[in-house]
Design a protein. Structure first.
Length: 153
C-alpha cells in the first residue's frame, strides 16, 4: 500500500468535512430552515436537559450574532419560547409548533445518524472517536507556538 502524503491526507480530510457540512445543509434546506436554525433545534433536541442560549453557543461553531438571530427567528415564528430558570437563566423550550417542526426536521436526521452509527462495528465506533480525539489533541499541541505568540501587525 502506498504511503499517504500530507497533501493527500489534508485534501481528503477537508473534502470529507465539506461533504458532511453539505449533507447537513441539504437536510436543513429540505426542512425550510436556515443552517443556524437547524443547528439550534438540533442542539435543543439532543441536549440531555434544559438548554440556555449560552449552552447553544458553547455547543455550536456559530457566532453569537448568528445564534441570536436564529433564536429570535424561531421565537418569532412560535417554534421556541424562553422560560425562567434559576437566577437570571432563561431556558429555551420547544413549543407545540416547534415540537412538530423538530419531529419533521430533526428526528429524521437523528434516525439517519443512528443508522450510520449502527452501521459501524463496536470497535469502529470506539476507534473513530479515539482517532478524532487524538488528531485534535495533536493539532492543539502543534499549534501552541502559534497560539501563544503575539501576532505582529
Amino acid at each position: 500500500m502506498e504511503e499517504l502524503t500530507f497533501q493527500q491526507f489534508i485534501t481528503e480530510v477537508n473534502r470529507t468535512y465539506k461533504e458532511e457540512d453539505d449533507f447537513y445543509r441539504r437536510l436543513a434546506r429540505r426542512s425550510g430552515l436556515s443552517d443556524a436554525a437547524f443547528w439550534v433545534l438540533y442542539s435543543i433536541e439532543t441536549a440531555p436537559g434544559p438548554v440556555t442560549q449560552t449552552d447553544i453557543g458553547n455547543t455550536l461553531m456559530l457566532s453569537k450574532q448568528t445564534i441570536n438571530s436564529a433564536l429570535k427567528q424561531l421565537e418569532h415564528s412560535g417554534h421556541i419560547c424562553l422560560t425562567d430558570g434559576p437566577g437570571r437563566k432563561k431556558y429555551l423550550q420547544l413549543t407545540q409548533r416547534g415540537r412538530a417542526l423538530s419531529d419533521r426536521a430533526i428526528r429524521p436526521t437523528l434516525e439517519v445518524e443512528r443508522g450510520a452509527f449502527l452501521g459501524l462495528a463496536e470497535e469502529e465506533r470506539a476507534s473513530l472517536l479515539a482517532l478524532e480525539r487524538k488528531y485534535l489533541s495533536l493539532l492543539l499541541r502543534e499549534s501552541e507556538a502559534i497560539l501563544n505568540t503575539p501576532q505582529e501587525e
